[in-house]
Write a protein that binds this ligand. Structure first.
Ligand code: NI
Length: 188
């Protein structure tokens, strides 16, 4: 496993439309392992393959990254400290994902992206969506997604079309976000 470089705006590769995964082989599994390692290292909750420069329709998501700063549980009545347990990880892989029927009702969520570091903005998206995808063995699954998972999978699927969350903003807000990012980079 290896941590890969995450592409950041304005890298033109982020605008690539990714192509379907056809081979469910060891190379795919190795890529997925690298993507999880890269995502966890960057404290992200989702990563599309194109964000590490691979234009394949492949996403990894884990809505529960390990929270090392979490408060330890309070003492119980015996005065014993509970050992701090890292949040349980829930890694999920989506190969060739498709959205079948996005809800008409939308919700707003403040999104961020590892390819647009330190920038957050409200984005409206369908609140729920039915997703069909393949797993690492090529088996097909379908599930109704809601809440943060619906937000995250739609955000990640945008990456497969070369779309970033800032592309959903007005031109003015997008320009402001990119200027802020430029400033943060200069300050760093
Ligand atoms: Ni993103």
């Amino acid at each position: 496993m290896a941590i890969r470089e995450i592409l950041e705006v304005p890298d033109p590769r982020l605008k690539t439309v990714s192509t379907r995964v056809e081979s469910f082989d060891d190379e795919l599994k190795a890529l997925v392992a690298d993507m999880f390692e890269t995502m966890y290292d960057a404290n992200g909750i989702g990563l599309a393959a194109i964000q590490v420069g691979i234009p394949k329709r492949l996403l990894v998501i884990d809505l529960q990254p390990e929270d090392e700063d979490a408060e330890p549980e309070p003492c119980d009545h015996d005065g014993h400290h509970h050992h701090h347990q890292p949040t349980k990880r829930e890694p999920r892989v989506f190969v060739n994902p498709e959205i079948l029927d996005p809800a008409e009702e939308t919700g707003t969520y403040q999104e961020g992206c590892l390819s647009v570091p330190d920038i957050y903005a409200d984005v409206d998206r369908p609140k729920t969506c039915r997703v069909r995808w393949q797993d690492l063995d090529g088996n097909v699954h379908e599930e109704e997604m809601d809440g943060l998972m619906a937000v995250c999978i739609q955000h990640e699927m945008d990456h497969l079309e070369g779309v970033l969350f800032i592309d959903h903003l007005s031109r003015l807000k997008r320009t402001m976000a990119l200027k802020k990012l430029e400033k943060l980079r200069k300050a760093a």
